[in-house]
Design a protein around this ligand. Structure first.
Ligand SMILES: [Zn+2]
Length: 210
């Protein structure tokens, strides 16, 4: 009919464009290549800015084009199903190395406008798979609020990037801060600054960047 219509939508591999599309957003071959080249088996646990981090993939600069595409494709609000797939793969590795804390909680990195986005879907999938509760305990400080802060307060961006929600008063053994990618670690530092009031903070990410 209209061949161009066939390629519209999300039904092709995000890397090679083939129609053998799976819940990973990739075809079988690209999925296999991703796990072969970027899988983080040996360094699933790392420490970034003194926060223990658990990550499924390691992103080495310019060395993994599939992971480049995937990280972009997984952003936003539409990829709930794909996050469920990656949460399952993450959990397989997680359970090999530690049993999640006795009274743990999962806290997604909050989206800029408070919508349910990639970090929310990742945390929610992990919560459903493990039974660990999820709390949206952090809120982003918006631009207007930032403007009201004094210059000195603004400069210490670690403290002012997030605030703890008013309702977050429960205590937990472990607080897992969930985000899609860990890069410089300033976001997890900012999260830890607030979340340590609730329990021992660790970070969970799909990807860690070198
Ligand atoms: Zn492919």
């Amino acid at each position: 009919m209209y061949p161009e219509l066939l390629s519209i939508g999300m039904n092709t591999c995000i890397h090679c464009g083939s129609f053998g599309f799976r819940s990973s957003l990739l075809c079988f071959h690209c999925e296999e290549a991703l796990f072969r080249t970027a899988f983080n088996r040996l360094e699933f646990f790392t420490e970034v800015k003194c926060v223990p981090c658990l990550s499924l993939f390691r992103w080495q600069r310019d060395r993994n084009r599939i992971l480049n595409r995937l990280s972009l494709a997984l952003k936003g609000q539409q990829q709930q199903r794909a996050w469920k797939y990656y949460a399952e793969r993450f959990l397989e590795e997680w359970l090999k190395s530690e049993f999640p804390g006795v009274s743990a909680v999962l806290v997604p990195c909050p989206a800029i406008n408070g919508v349910k986005d990639h970090s929310y879907w990742f945390a929610e999938s992990l919560s459903k798979l493990t039974g660990i509760p999820m709390r949206t305990a952090l809120r982003r400080v918006d631009v207007k609020e930032q403007k009201r802060l004094t210059r000195r307060e603004r400069q210490s961006s670690i403290e002012t990037k997030f605030v703890l929600s008013e309702s977050a008063s429960e205590k937990f053994s472990h607080v897992y801060f969930v985000d899609d990618i860990i890069t410089t670690g300033t976001t997890i530092q900012a999260a830890q600054f607030h979340l340590k009031k609730l329990g021992h903070v660790k970070a969970i990410s799909l990807i860690i960047r070198e």
